[in-house]
Design a protein around this ligand. Structure first.
Ligand SMILES: CC(=O)SCCNC(=O)CCNC(=O)[C@H](O)C(C)(C)COP(=O)(O)OP(=O)(O)OC[C@H]1O[C@@H](n2cnc3c(N)ncnc32)[C@H](O)[C@@H]1OP(=O)(O)O
Length: 409
């Protein structure tokens, strides 16, 4: 078998994307969604593996900026659209694309690469660690009350056609993006993602709906949602599905939750992706009944350990030497001294004795403050070589606001 790995030429996009669709189960994306991904694909940094004129491997990268603890927006490669044809799997094609991609990311000077995984087992070997967590739940609105804060009645709610909503909702998104680590800053074009609404993807739900929250004429939040009607002999049993909900302050957010929990003829509100520290858990009278469950969201990979660790701040003073193992990107391997606090940090090579030993995968997991170094040490994945260093670093790496990825890519 002879295959060629090369940068994607825009004229090859259809064949390249069809290979991706086949690897993901063979269903073609809805035309609206396909067009969006076509427009967003950065061909110059997308890779294809070709067997003759057949695409057998695909891997893309978006030029993101990602909020990190402290609020900086750090350049990050958003790894995406990865696939290998069933006829060519387990022969190292993925490994060859990951090799080329991480070399390219390094050459571009992006300190981070991030991705969401179809299967979490795939990417650890390439140095990616699970860095953010996401929560789903179902509020049974027939049994669960919402206790909203004072002032909620002063928030006015207005329905806006989803297709006309993005100027308003993106402005809210942009104001909130620096506040939560793990959030991508949305470049032009990405505003189409939250309002994708192909009829073929609705699965019996309504078209996408948008409600905007306002106080004294100012927009203070929004929610995108759908309604699925359902009737039984006992009456209406419909369900609200929350796609996005964002309030600039707690009262605005509570007003949106209250609205969604009181949609007529529905008995449940379902959501698939909320931060693990989200306020809804404290608004409801019975969180247990909402059956919250958590899973990993964004995986992070430090492509340049020094630059990445300097780009964020630390919530407590820290001065530790890491012994980093990184077989896939050996330029990161060795000892690094990190000295920092809430104002900034320096991370440089050192020959001093190591305080903590770990692989770059654990550093990626801990990087955004959503996975604790102490917890990783509890699983044997971080070794403490100086007493006290683990507690010091684990505290410093934490984040007052849980990191969270608000949308897929
Ligand atoms: C960011 C994203 O886009 S996530 C989307 C990922 N894509 C998919 O899930 C689509 C369906 N799957 C596929 O296309 C392929 O199976 C891929 C891309 C996951 C793997 O491609 P391959 O070319 O077969 O991987 P490759 O041969 O380089 O394997 C590298 C190693 O990973 C292991 N591996 C690869 N995929 C998997 C998997 N799904 N589960 C467990 N191990 C895996 C291989 O066994 C191999 O291990 P080894 O180094 O110990 O021998």
């Amino acid at each position: 078998m002879t295959t060629e790995l090369r940068v994607l030429d825009p004229s090859e996009w259809d064949r390249w994307f069809a290979a991706l669709e086949l690897a993901f189960g063979g269903l073609a994306e809805e035309p609206e969604e396909r067009a969006l991904w076509r427009d967003l694909t950065e061909c110059g940094r997308s890779l294809g593996v070709w067997d003759g004129d057949r695409a057998v491997g695909t891997a893309g990268a978006f030029s993101f900026r990602l909020t990190v603890p402290g609020g900086a927006a750090v350049p990050a490669a958003g790894v995406t659209m990865v696939s290998v044809a069933g006829t060519h799997r387990r022969r190292g094609l993925l490994t060859s694309m990951m090799r080329r991609q991480l070399d390219d990311v390094r050459a571009l000077g992006e300190p981070l690469a991030v991705l969401t995984a179809s299967e979490p087992v795939i990417y650890g070997r390439f140095g990616y660690g699970a860095a953010t967590w996401s929560q789903r739940g179902t509020i049974d609105t027939t049994r669960v009350r919402l206790d909203v804060p004072a002032g909620t009645d002063e928030v006015a709610l207005r329905m806006v056609p989803a297709e006309e909503s993005t100027a308003v909702t993106e402005a809210v998104y942009a104001r909130m993006a620096p506040l939560r680590p793990g959030t991508t800053l949305r470049a032009p074009g990405w505003e189409r993602l939250p309002v994708l609404d192909a009829p073929g993807s609705r699965n019996g739900s309504s078209p996408l709906l948008c409600v905007v929250a306002e106080r004294a004429g100012e927009v203070v939040g929004y929610a995108y949602y759908t309604i699925r009607a359902d009737w039984s002999w006992a009456g209406a049993n419909g369900s609200v599905g929350v796609r996005e909900l964002r309030g600039l302050d707690p009262v605005a957010e509570a007003a949106l939750w209250r609205f969604l929990c009181s949609v007529d003829l529905t008995t449940t509100v379902r959501f698939d992706s909320r931060p693990v520290d989200d306020a809804w858990q404290h608004l409801v009278s019975d969180v247990r009944r909402c059956e919250p469950t958590v899973r990993e969201g964004l995986f992070a990979r430090l492509v340049d350990v020094g630059a990445a660790l300097e780009a964020r701040t630390y919530q407590a003073p820290v001065d530790v030497v890491f012994e980093v193992a990184d077989a896939f990107c050996p330029w990161n391997a060795g000892r690094w001294r990190l000295s920092g606090d809430a104002k900034g940090a320096v991370c440089e090579r050192t020959s001093d004795a190591a305080d903590l030993s770990l692989s770059v995968r654990e550093l990626g997991a801990a990087y955004l403050g959503g996975t604790s170094l102490a917890a990783l040490a509890g699983a044997g994945r971080v070794a403490e070589l100086r007493e006290g260093a683990l507690a010091e670093a684990s505290l410093a790496f934490g984040s007052a606001v849980a990191p969270w990825l608000p949308h897929g890519f």
